[in-house]
Design a protein around this ligand. Structure first.
Ligand code: ATP
Ligand code: MG
Length: 291
């Protein structure tokens, strides 16, 4: 490797991933744990997000850390999903979408001229509010992205591993060839998580992943998030403050300013944000006086 190219494997405090090189797997230099707990994955600098003329989110500055779960909370319309989707360039196809400022991913400009969108999606997976399995078998859902990316070796083992990590294996191992649409809502959502992690991304983004589920299925998704963050960096949007307290190590509270533009109000360790918020707007929101 040339000396001008940063070697992610050599860096323990500031890993670099070349987004412009598809297929080059990023391997953490050390096991997840204390040392990685506060490595920065995303740095948002003065991020403004427009949909056409509408400024949806203004001037977000935040670092998102590795191998922990970060929750985005706040009232409807404050831009939680918009900001989350910017982290893997999911908003790019929306007409009028424009991002100002900068989002860096392991130090690389996510929206820079050399960033490769396919590679961005490969490293940063996403799970949506409503479970959206493909009308295919359970196996083919999980094998879909690995197949698309040419990861065909040991596919059975890869599918099994993803389903185990998503805490679904025992429930589906005898019916892998049956349609995913026959699963319950909670199982479908865990299948979507298995589908997202089958290609072993660095980050999993979850947009209200449990809001369409019953309390038991919700609890299993929350348990799963605790497991997943040992290996992945998790960013989760939730409307449920108890859920943020249960699953997230850090929480960012967004709100709407007088122009109905989304603004990041406060961002801190979850326990601190909920027990000793510094901003009155956070205090009002978490005490139920707003939103
Ligand atoms: N595809 C889009 N085109 C135009 N405007 C959009 C689009 N998606 C979101 N917006 C606008 O951006 C703002 C933020 O919306 P967003 O969906 O990110 O909020 P949210 O915090 O996720 O809300 P909710 O809690 O209801 O999901 C809103 O004013 C919304 O109308
Ligand atoms: Mg949303």
């Amino acid at each position: 490797m040339s000396s001008s190219v940063p070697n992610p494997d050599a860096a323990t405090t500031s890993p670099r991933v070349r987004l412009a090189e598809p297929g080059r797997a990023y391997q953490p230099a050390v096991a997840p744990g204390e040392q990685l707990a506060r490595q920065v994955v995303f740095e948002a600098h003065h991020v403004d997000i427009h949909y056409g003329p509408k400024l949806a989110v203004a001037d977000v500055n935040m670092d998102i850390y590795r191998n922990i779960a970060t929750a985005l909370i706040g009232p409807s319309g404050c831009g939680k999903s918009t900001f989350l989707r910017c982290l893997n360039r999911m908003n790019d196809p929306i007409p009028g979408f424009k991002l100002g400022g900068e989002i860096r991913y392991f130090g690389h400009d996510l929206y820079g001229a050399t960033a490769n969108r396919v590679e961005v999606r490969r490293r940063i997976g996403m799970v949506f509010q409503r479970p959206n399995p493909f009308p295919k078998s359970i196996y083919d859902n999980v094998a879909w992205a690995p197949r698309n990316l040419g990861m065909k070796q040991d596919l059975d083992a890869r599918v099994e591993k993803a389903l185990r990590q998503a805490a679904l294996w025992d429930e589906v191992k005898d019916r892998l060839r049956q349609s995913a649409l026959g699963l319950s809502g909670g199982q479908q959502q865990r299948l979507c998580i298995a589908r997202a992690i089958a290609i072993e991304p660095d980050v999993v983004l979850l947009d209200e992943p449990a809001s369409a589920l019953d309390p038991i299925a919700t609890a299993s998704i929350e348990d799963l998030i605790h497991q997943l963050k040992l290996q992945y960096t998790i960013v989760i949007v939730t409307h449920n403050m108890q859920q943020a307290m249960r699953v997230a190590d850090r929480t960012a509270f967004f709100s709407l300013d007088q122009n109905r533009t989304g603004t990041l109000i406060e961002y801190d360790d979850t326990q601190k944000l909920f027990s000793k918020p510094t901003d009155t707007r956070t205090r009002d929101y978490i005490s139920g006086q707003f939103g």
